[in-house]
Design a protein around this ligand. Structure first.
Ligand code: ATP
Ligand code: MG
Length: 781
């Protein structure tokens, strides 16, 4: 066997970043790695500097040797990415032809041991795992398959050798045919696997088409897959030109197929799962991105709102703080810092105990606790000592809650209300003053709208209005006041509103059957509203009337005096002159005067004195009457008789004709005979005196119902109309009396006397024609 002497080549085919190259193994030991100091340099950064060691092992008692590859460097330090031999990780491995070693994942190295190139190709496609150990004992395992003897079946020795050879032992079928399709060799595995192959020859699926394919194919080797009775085979077909044979190496790949199918299915499922997961992830990613955008937006909004909050806080003149539950400041506004002379940042983390005296801090701490427990904001007033003195603050304090409703801080907002407080005190005192003033005013005050409707009121203490002041509210002027009052008040309201000036108006109102005087003062109080101050001025009016009448009396008295003086100077002078002249005549000429003459003078004196004393009597009587001291003593009196006797008495002293007429025979009633004498004698004497031309004076007495009517009528000078209503004033005399003497007291006495009887006196007169005085006196028993 010359072949045994043939030299076996040990080759490594390396595929790395540098490309593909073949190295022949010679050295006893070589190092493999990335570093350039290695015997075999592999170009990949995934390969360690010293990745593996290759050691040549010589078989004892043979010239054969093999190679063992070991992970790591000579010092035993393992490589970073390990060794993968034929897909399995290992630390040490005796190389078998066809082994594939992966270094670092991307460097692929194949090991071959061969005598020629075609065997190398064969080996690269054969699955040699199952011949491990066997090959190691062979000098040349390949020579057996390359027989130069075409009739090798006849060679017993060859058969024996073959029996012990690799193809005979391998579980994979090996078949050889010649180009004519004759089966040249079947190994035991082939005979077992394909029982009827010798009969079927080229008809057998594993041999079908091989010859044609080998002839047509330019390549010396190809691989095909054949399915036979639900089994799958991978068939490596080699055309061996030297021997003109077609050799097939068959591997049952059914399991692999099944696994592959299962794998594919699993892969597909995985794909679907991955697809789903990817979709899910994409969706989640979208959501996440949305959430991130949302979050960014929210953060932006938060930042903006925080900035705004700070701007608001810092522009506020209130004191604002936020403290945590331990009383540490989280935030204060600018003003807080300014007030306590601290930078606002310095407050952070500090408590009131760090900032204020203990007593104050104690109080603040107690307050904080109250606030924390409070269900709603608390407010109270606090006094703070500032640079310019004590200030009063109104503080509103409330707890801040987190999202779960648990309080995590307290917040306080304090506003300086010092000025307001002062104003309040001032206002309160001014309100009290005003209230006192209003209460002190006896007037009723009403607010009236421009439409004349009562809006509000302040009643006077004593209500003396047509109805309670409260009932005015909501009503119109015309509803509560009589038209004659409401109308002018309304006019005043309008005028006040148009001119802005206070309008004053007086009027009378009937209240509880009393006619009371009122003054309405109307002033504008608002754009379309007035205030009406209503004052009861009845007493004032009465006082005014009293004063006026007193003045009148005073004036009258003055006039009376002057008239008295005038009268006295005139009426007393005549009798006094008479008395003087008569006494002088008696004094100087008594010796020459007859007794008769003397008597005449003495009678003149007496008459003058009588005249003066009558005059004085009248004055006294009137004075009495004026003083209300004139006595009225009515007695039962036969009036008819009294009149007749009076007329007879008077007729004696005068030349005029007086007639007394009465239809009544006898009228007895109660009257004061003295006063009745004054009445009738004065009226009769006037009628006679003011009828210088003479003429009859008519005196009539009639009875009308329960009155006695006395009527005295003359045809004298009459009384001018201008004088008629003044006749009863004392000392008043009409303008047409001429030289007719008189004092002007008679009618005054008459009037008083008539009044005392409760009667009436009237006058009717025409100048130069006639005058009639009528006295009516009620009859009493
Ligand atoms: P005496 O005090 O003396 O009566 P007197 O007659 O002037 O004076 P009164 O009797 O009071 O005063 O009368 C007042 C005035 O009235 C008179 O001065 C006179 O002008 C006028 N008078 C009164 N009666 C008549 C009358 N019958 N005819 C015209 N004038 C009269
Ligand atoms: Mg007279």
């Amino acid at each position: 066997m010359l072949e045994s002497e043939q030299r076996i080549e040990h080759l490594l085919v390396i595929e790395d970043n540098q490309g593909k190259r073949t190295i022949a193994l010679e050295a006893a030991t070589c190092s493999i790695g990335r570093d350039s100091t290695n015997s075999i340099v592999l170009y990949s950064h995934l390969v360690s500097r010293q990745h593996a060691i290759l050691v040549r092992l010589t078989m004892p008692e043979t010239a054969t040797y093999m190679f063992r590859i070991m992970d790591g460097n000579l010092q035993g330090k393992p490589s970073a990415n390990g060794l993968i031999v034929n897909g399995r990780r290992c630390f040490s491995h005796d190389l078998q032809p066809g082994d594939v070693i992966m270094f670092g994942g991307d460097v692929r190295v194949r090991y071959y041991a061969t005598t020629n190139q075609s065997d190398v190709i064969f080996l690269t496609s054969a699955k040699a795992e199952d011949v491990s150990g066997f090959l190691a004992n062979l000098i040349n395992p390949f020579q057996l398959l390359v027989s130069s003897d075409p009739n090798f079946e006849n060679s017993h020795e060859a058969a024996l050798v073959r029996l012990a050879s690799f193809p005979e032992l391998t579980s994979n079928p090996i078949l050889e045919i010649d180009m004519a399709g004759n089966i040249m060799y079947l190994n035991p595995a082939a005979v077992m696997e394909f029982p009827g192959i010798r009969e079927a020859r080229l008809q057998h699926p594993i041999l079908a088409g091989l010859v044609a394919k080998a002839q047509n194919s330019k390549e010396e080797v190809f691989v095909r897959e054949v399915e036979i009775a639900n089994k799958f085979f991978e068939q490596s077909v080699h055309y061996i030109a030297e021997s003109d044979l077609i050799r097939s190496y068959v591997v049952d790949v059914s399991d692999r197929k099944l696994v592959e199918a299962a794998l594919k299915k699993a892969h597909n499922e995985l794909e679907i799962r991955v697809e789903e997961r990817t979709a899910e992830l994409r969706k989640i990613n979208e959501q996440l991105r949305g959430e991130i955008v949302e979050r960014q937006r929210a953060e932006e909004a938060l930042r903006e709102s925080e900035e705004r909050l700070h701007a608001i806080l810092d522009n506020s003149t209130a004191l604002i703080y936020v403290k945590d539950l331990q009383g540490r400041y989280i935030l204060v506004n600018a003003w807080y810092g300014i007030l306590f002379h601290l930078d606002r940042e310095e407050f952070k983390g500090k408590t009131d105990y760090d900032l204020f005296p203990k007593e104050i801090a104690d109080v603040l701490r107690v307050n904080d606790h109250k606030v924390q427990e409070a269900k709603s904001p608390l407010d109270w007033e606090e006094v703070v000592l500032q640079d310019d003195g004590l200030h009063t603050y109104l503080s509103i304090k409330f707890p801040l809650y987190d999202a779960t409703g648990v309080p995590y801080a307290t917040c306080g907002i304090s506003t300086d209300i010092t000025e307001r407080k002062q104003a309040e005190v001032a206002l309160r005192s001014s309100v009290a003053t005003n209230r006192a003033l209003l209460d002190a005013i006896p007037d009723s005050i009403f607010r009236i709208g421009k439409d004349g409707i009562f809006v509000n009121f302040k009643a006077a203490k004593e209500n003396n209005l047509p109805m309670p002041a409260s009932e005015f509210i909501g009503k119109h002027l015309y509803e509560v006041l009589p038209t004659e009052v409401a109308q002018p008040v309304m006019n005043c309201v309008e005028k006040a509103l148009s001119t802005g000036e206070v309008q004053i108006f007086e009027s009378q109102l009937l209240v509880n059957n009393n006619l009371l005087d009122y003054e309405f003062r109307i002033a504008v109080s608002a754009e379309d509203e007035v205030v009406a101050i209503v004052r009861d001025i009845t007493e004032r009016k009465q006082a005014e009337a009293d004063i006026r009448s007193a003045l009148e009396k005073e004036k009258e008295l003055g006039e009376l005096k002057s008239r008295f003086v005038t009268m006295a100077s005139h009426e007393f002078r005549t009798p006094l002159a008479t008395i003087l002249s008569s006494t002088e005549l008696i004094e100087h000429y008594s010796h020459k005067c007859s007794e008769e003459k003397k008597l005449t003078h003495l009678q003149r004196i007496q008459a003058s004195v009588k005249q003066m004393s009558g005059l004085l009597n009248d004055v006294l009587l009137l004075g009495k009457a004026e003083a209300g001291k004139l006595e009225f003593n009515p007695t039962s009196l036969d009036v008819t008789k009294f009149c007749r006797e009076l007329v007879e008495e008077m007729a004696l002293t005068v030349s005029n004709h007086i007639t007394f007429c009465t239809p009544i025979q006898g009228l007895t009633t109660y009257m004061d005979d003295k006063l009745l004498r004054h009445i009738l004698s004065n009226l009769l004497s006037n009628a006679i005196k003011y009828s210088p031309q003479g003429g009859t004076v008519h005196f009539d007495l009639v009875c009308e119902q329960d009155k006695a009517v006395f009527q005295i009528k003359d045809q004298g000078i009459g009384i001018p109309v201008a004088d008629q209503d003044k006749l009863f004033n004392s000392f008043h005399r009409a303008s047409n009396v001429g030289t007719i003497s008189g004092t002007g007291l008679g009618l005054a006495i008459v009037k008083k006397s008539v009044d005392l009887h409760g009667g009436k006196i009237t006058v009717q007169s025409e100048v130069g024609a006639s005058t009639t005085f009528t006295v009516t006196i009620p009859l009493t028993n």
